[in-house]
Design a protein. Structure first.
Length: 234
């Protein structure tokens, strides 16, 4: 059996339709969408239009087409423009709950990651995050926001398919790099990381807030001395 016959389809943690799009299951559809994205990028890069103005002008054209189509169809007794089901019926309660659960799960994962960074207990994670942010800042100096966004789109449309086609070679090379990195870290990095003081997870404080009993005891130190005089004791 050839290598192409033994090749397994790569599964992405996304929606099935998005997976088919990114994995070029339908080359005509994926190529058309990628071509439109490239055309929009070139229009924004070479023209004086901003993304907001381009979106507004595109929506303006769609509104005019829908208006002319609807009124022309009613005048000629023809069917009007097709309206998607989501515009006709909206979303159901089950769909809204499903979207809310997915959003909540993602937000909680992001917050958990941020909590680990803020605590500072994981030295390796802090170093990795600092390195990624530093590299991102350096890349941002050479690319505009639009160019960086288009680069991300190109990577999304290319890297998953390349990995599916060259999975065995990429996995073999990645395992070698990971093993060598672990060996180098255990030999050179770990002794220094272990010497770095870690923040304590306990947040105990020597200062104790006075409770109701303490405040009543303090007030008792001001004892009455006569009907109109009070003697304050220290």
């Amino acid at each position: 059996m050839s290598q192409a016959g033994q090749r397994q389809r790569l599964s992405l943690p996304v929606d099935n339709q998005l997976e088919d799009l990114l994995m070029w299951r339908d080359p005509v559809r994926t190529g058309g969408i990628f071509g439109v994205v490239t055309l929009v990028y070139l229009l924004l890069e070479w023209s004086n239009y901003s993304l907001l103005s381009l979106i507004a002008n595109g929506l303006l054209v769609l509104v005019c087409i829908a208006f002319l189509w609807s009124n022309g169809a009613s005048f000629l007794n023809k069917p009007g423009p097709p309206i998607p089901a989501v515009l006709q019926h909206g979303i159901s309660d089950n769909q809204s709950k499903m979207y809310a659960e997915e959003l909540t799960s993602g937000v909680n994962q992001l917050l958990g990651f941020a909590r680990r960074l803020v605590q500072g207990n994981d030295v390796v994670l802090s170093v990795e995050a600092s390195a990624i942010l530093y590299a991102t800042a350096k890349i941002g100096n050479y690319f505009s926001t639009l160019g960086l966004a288009y680069t991300v789109v190109v990577l999304l449309f290319s890297l998953p398919k390349i990995y599916e086609l060259k999975k065995h070679e990429i996995d073999s090379a990645t395992n070698k790099v990971v093993n060598q990195s672990k060996q180098a870290y255990s030999q050179y990095g770990a002794p220094y990381v272990q010497k770095i003081p870690r923040a304590s997870t306990s947040t105990t404080s020597n200062y104790s807030k006075p409770n109701a009993y303490d405040s009543s005891a303090d007030s008792a130190s001001i004892a009455p001395n006569g009907p109109n005089e009070y003697k304050k004791t220290y």
